[in-house]
Write a protein that binds this ligand. Structure first.
Ligand code: ADP
Length: 248
């Protein structure tokens, strides 16, 4: 077990839109090296929570702690990204006219916004790291392929690889298997399971079979706060959770 300390701590976060509380005193903490799944019905506040973590939405009250002490609640989106929180949105956004390798190269060179190194050559160490990432995301045989020609699933993996190239301290993944085939979904579970322990990852996902195949710990959001938290078996047998999902 490689966990030591907390990578993210949300304390009493409230966000209102026109008086409606999308997040209601939400508190949540993620350990270093954890792979955490966030589930909950539509409107539970999952997207708003991701937006608060990345600085896209400011909380009305409450604090976002990154690492043990860094208060992110008043930082800008680029500052938070630079501090090491990487987010992948639902739709893949790779550079379609560039090869798989070039996409990873660009991601690595823009690591933490250091654009001035864009025209320099990659070091041997960086090349090794790209080779390692290509293997991790199962695209080692496609590194010369134009990204626009990849399948939807492969584009998603490439984008995860691009995030990894930037060495984030926390990875946020928004519905990574949406639109994937069953086979791609299985490969994605393998990919995330291989990253678990080495990276701190938070996944928002609707696909329960997928959640079951990766989750060590699950947090159920409902009406802007945590309804239940624990292993998949624990939350699935929680009466309030059953009511929220079946009573919808
Ligand atoms: P989830 O991602 O779990 O489906 P959201 O975070 O998207 O939930 O939304 C939580 C609630 O906040 C919903 O009821 C949604 O309609 C509302 N909401 C989200 N963003 C806005 C916004 N920009 N303006 C008004 N209401 C919003």
């Amino acid at each position: 077990d490689t966990t030591h300390g907390v990578v993210l701590y949300l304390e009493d976060i409230t966000v209102s839109f026109d008086g409606f509380r999308a997040l209601n005193k939400l508190s949540l903490s993620i350990d270093v090296g954890e792979l955490r799944c966030i589930i909950g019905p539509n409107g539970a506040g999952k997207t708003t929570m991701m937006d608060v973590i990345t600085g896209k939405t400011r909380p009305d009250t409450g604090t976002v702690f990154f690492g043990q002490t860094m208060d992110c609640s008043k930082m800008t989106e680029p500052q938070i990204a630079q501090a090491g929180i990487g987010r992948k949105f639902q739709k893949p956004t790779v550079f379609e006219n560039h090869t798989v390798f070039e996409n990873l190269e660009l991601a690595m060179k823009t690591d933490k916004g250091i654009w001035n190194s864009l025209f320099g050559k990659l070091s041997g160490e960086q090349l090794d790291r790209i080779a390692e990432i290509l293997t991790t995301i199962n695209l080692q045989d496609s590194h010369k392929m134009r990204s626009g020609l990849l399948s939807h699933g492969q584009k998603q993996w490439l984008e995860i690889g691009m995030l990894l190239a930037q060495e984030p301290k926390l990875l946020l993944l928004d519905e990574p298997v949406a639109g994937m085939t069953d086979h791609e979904t299985e490969r994605t579970a393998e990919l995330l399971n291989s990253l678990a322990g080495k990276h701190s990852i938070m996944v928002v996902e609707h696909d329960m079979d997928f959640v079951n195949s990766i989750a060590r710990k699950v947090t159920v959001l409902h009406q802007g706060s945590v309804l239940a938290e624990g292993s998949m078996e624990q939350v699935q047998s929680n009466e309030q959770v059953i009511e929220v999902y079946l009573g919808r």
